[in-house]
Design a protein around this ligand. Structure first.
Ligand code: FPP
Length: 249
């Protein structure tokens, strides 16, 4: 258990969220402030992700779901999309070995089969290499869109009904959870306890719409490449102060 030292020397026990979702926003603005091309920000963002993942693991977080590329991001300039698509390749070579040493397990959600082959292959290699690790799960949301995820789940459930596997009345919230892409996570870890969005934007942008129903939301003006261990601790401190009631009293 971590303890936070307040100025008046009162210690507040830190409640560490089991699952944190992160919308890593602000890479482009970070680069612009430095008069650099946007892709420079994405590279710095990848470095930030590595540091935050290791810090999260050390604090006892069990799942980190990171929004790395949304289904809407394809509309960016072709050069930028190409650069982002190459990040997992670089990530596999430069960063995955250290994550593997830290017992991190890499997984992914999203329509990953539609990613360029090299991107997809790098992610599959990372998954394969780390599949027996038992520590923090780093869950990449790549080519992910929450509505697309729900649409696919509804299609699959409708098909099962047509195939007479069950009746519409048997469909429960728990069953829907089993048809979502987060069903690859352990059942009690599927929903993020906390969602962090960097760069000052105040929305969820199609990130885990079903799973975030009861998530605590934390918004910070910090741009993603500047988000670090200290920023993560601040977010967790804020989370610790909130009382989650899940609709109760
Ligand atoms: C949003 O910032 C960021 C992205 C769309 C890309 C995020 C990717 C990373 C942080 C690297 C992830 C690493 C791997 C291995 C995939 P933005 O470009 O929208 O920034 P802006 O709002 O300032 O323009």
């Amino acid at each position: 258990m971590f303890h936070l030292k307040k100025k008046e020397k009162v210690t507040i026990p830190l409640q560490v969220p089991k699952h944190i979702g992160i919308i890593m926003d602000g890479n482009g603005r970070w680069a612009k402030k430095r008069l650099q091309p946007r892709v420079f920000g994405h590279k710095a963002g990848m470095e930030a992700l590595q540091n935050v993942t290791i810090a999260a693991k050390e604090m006892g977080v069990q799942v980190l779901t990171v929004y790395a590329f949304s289904t809407e991001n394809w509309s960016r300039p072709e050069k930028e999309v190409k650069f982002i698509m190459n990040l997992p390749v670089e990530f596999y070579e430069r960063y995955v070995p250290e994550l593997h040493k830290n017992n991190v397990k890499i997984q992914m959600i999203g329509d990953v089969a539609r990613l360029p082959k090299a991107t997809y292959d790098a992610l599959v290699k990372a998954e394969e290499l780390t599949k027996l690790n038992t520590g923090l799960i780093l869950n990449f949301a790549l080519n992910y869109g929450g509505r697309a995820e729900l649409t696919q789940a509804i299609r699959n459930i409708a098909q099962e009904v047509l195939d007479a596997k069950f009746n519409p009345g048997d469909i429960s919230e728990e069953m829907i959870g089993d048809y979502l892409q987060t069903s690859t996570l352990p059942r009690i870890l599927r929903d993020p306890d906390l969602i962090i969005r960097t760069s000052g934007e105040l929305r969820l942008s199609n990130f885990l719409p079903w799973q975030s129903a009861y998530s605590e939301l934390y918004f910070t003006k910090t741009l993603w490449p500047d988000f670090n261990e200290k920023s993560l601790k601040e977010a967790i401190e804020e989370y610790s102060k909130r009382q989650r009631r899940f609709g109760g009293v």
